[in-house]
Write a protein that binds this ligand. Structure first.
Ligand SMILES: Nc1ncnc2c1ncn2[C@@H]1O[C@H](COP(=O)(O)OP(=O)(O)OP(=O)(O)O)[C@@H](O)[C@H]1O
Ligand SMILES: [Mg+2]
Length: 373
C-alpha cells in the first residue's frame, strides 16, 4: 500500500478548485505535504490572498483527507501568490493586475467602491495601489484622508513616490491639479499626466492597482483605458433602470477597447434603517444582478445605501477599515474578493471560453439596445 503522503497527494489530485474544473495539484496550489504520525500538514498556495473560496477549500480538503485510514488530524496552511498574465510588452513590470472601476454616469459610487475595494484587498494581505484618474473631481484624496498632500519625488531617480495610507499606495490627479482647474486641463496634458502615473511613479511590487476612472464614456475615458494595460474592468451602477441603461454604455466602451469585463457591482442597494432595522429598497433592488445575468456578466456584489458609508469617507477612513464588522463593510469585502477571484480565473485560463461567450453575448445585446434606442 502506498505511504500516507502519496495517498494524500493522490487524493488532492481528485479535488478541484471550486470555481475551476482543474484539481489543486495540476493548478500548482499544493506547495507541500508533510506527514508526522497520523497528522497531515498541507501547505496550499492560493492565487489571491482575497480568495472567497478559502473556507470551502479548507473544509473539503480537511474532510476528505481525514477520511483516509490512519489520518488522525489535518492542518492546512494557506499562503498566496498572485499570478500575472502572460503579457507582451507594455504595462508595469512589477504590478500584476490593474483593475479599472468605471460607470456610465457620475455619482453612482465609483470612488467609494474603488477606495473600499483597494482597502479590502489590502486587508486580505495583497499589496495594493490606488490610482485616481478622475480629472473632473478627484475625490480619492478626501476619501482616503490624504487631501492636500503632495507625493515626494525621489532625488536620485526623479521618481514620484505614491502617498501611502492605510496600507495602500495612492496617486491622484488631485495631488497635482487644483480642483478648480481640473476641468480645464486639455486632453494632451491629461494624456501626459496619465503616462507619468504609469511610467514615473515608483509603485514598487504590487498585486493590484485599482483605478478610479472619471464618470462617463467620453474621449478621456477611452484614451485612458487605451493607455493603461488593464486586466479588466468593474462597472458600478445603482439599481434604477436609467442608471442600468447608462451602465451598459460603460460596458460597451470596455468591450470596444477589448478590456475584459470582470463584473458589475450594484451600489446603493437596499437601505437598512439603523433605527428600526427594516430594509427598504429606495431605488429598487436586484436590477443590476438581473441585468448582469441577462448579459452573462459576473455579478460581483451589492452594497447597501447607508449614510455611515459617506460619513466614513468624510472622516478619511473608508468603512471597510473604519467599521470592518458592519454588514456594509462586509459587502465591500465580498465584492472585492469576487473581483480577485474573477482575475484568478482569468489568469488560470479557466473558462476562457466562458469569458469569450460573455463578451460576445454582451456585444450582441448592446448592439440590439443601440439599434432600439
Ligand atoms: N452605498 C452608499 N451609501 C451611502 N452613501 C454613498 C454610498 N456610495 C456612495 N455614497 C456617497 O455618494 C456620493 C457619491 O459617491 P462617489 O463619490 O463614490 O461616486 P462617484 O461615482 O465616484 O462620483 P463621481 O462621478 O462624481 O466621481 C458620496 O458622497 C459618497 O459618500
Ligand atoms: Mg468619483
Amino acid at each position: 500500500m502506498a505511504d500516507l503522503k502519496s495517498q494524500v497527494m493522490d487524493l488532492l489530485r481528485t479535488i478541484n478548485d471550486p470555481e475551476i474544473a482543474k484539481d489543486l495539484v495540476s493548478l500548482n496550489m499544493i506547495k507541500n505535504v508533510a506527514v508526522a504520525g497520523g497528522v497531515v500538514t498541507i501547505d496550499i498556495d492560493l492565487t489571491t490572498p482575497a480568495c472567497p473560496l478559502k473556507e470551502q477549500i479548507s473544509r473539503e480538503v480537511t474532510a476528505r483527507v481525514r477520511a483516509i485510514p490512519g489520518v488522525t488530524d489535518v492542518k492546512i496552511n494557506f499562503g498566496a501568490q498572485v499570478r500575472a498574465e502572460a503579457r507582451q510588452g507594455g504595462g508595469l513590470p512589477n504590478v500584476k493586475h490593474i483593475i479599472a472601476v468605471g460607470s456610465g454616469k457620475g455619482g453612482v459610487g465609483k470612488s467609494t467602491v474603488a477606495a473600499n475595494m483597494a482597502l479590502a484587498l489590502a486587508g486580505d494581505g495583497a499589496r495594493v495601489g490606488l490610482m485616481d484618474l478622475d480629472v473632473y473631481g478627484p475625490s480619492i484624496p478626501l476619501i482616503m484622508g490624504v487631501q492636500g498632500m503632495r507625493p515626494e519625488v525621489s532625488e536620485k531617480a526623479n521618481r514620484i513616490i505614491p502617498v501611502e495610507r492605510l496600507g495602500v499606495r495612492i496617486i491622484s490627479f488631485g495631488f497635482f491639479v487644483p480642483a478648480q482647474e481640473a476641468t480645464i486641463v486639455r486632453g494632451p496634458i491629461l494624456a501626459g499626466i496619465v503616462r507619468q502615473f504609469l511610467n514615473d511613479v515608483e509603485w514598487g511590487d504590487l498585486d493590484y492597482i485599482v483605478v478610479d476612472l472619471p464618470p462617463g464614456t467620453g474621449d478621456i475615458q477611452l484614451s485612458l483605458c487605451q493607455m493603461i494595460p488593464l486586466t479588466g474592468a468593474v462597472v458600478v451602477t445603482t439599481p434604477q433602470d436609467v442608471a442600468l441603461l447608462v451602465a451598459t454604455k460603460a460596458i460597451t466602451m470596455f468591450n470596444k477597447l477589448q478590456v475584459p469585463m470582470l463584473g458589475m457591482i450594484e451600489n446603493m442597494s437596499s437601505f437598512l434603517c439603523p433605527h428600526c432595522h427594516k430594509s427598504t429598497d429606495i431605488f429598487g433592488h436586484g436590477g443590476a444582478r438581473a441585468a448582469a445575468h441577462k448579459m452573462n456578466i459576473p455579478f460581483l456584489g451589492e452594497i447597501p445605501l447607508d449614510p455611515a458609508i459617506r460619513f466614513a469617507e468624510n472622516d478619511g477612513v473608508p468603512i471597510v477599515r473604519a467599521q470592518p464588522d458592519t454588514a456594509q463593510a462586509k459587502a465591500f469585502v465580498e465584492a472585492a474578493r469576487n473581483t480577485a477571484a474573477r482575475i484568478s480565473m482569468k489568469v488560470l485560463g479557466a473558462g476562457s471560453d466562458d469569458l469569450d461567450r460573455v463578451m460576445a453575448k454582451a456585444a450582441t445585446l448592446f448592439r440590439g439596445a443601440r439599434t432600439a434606442s
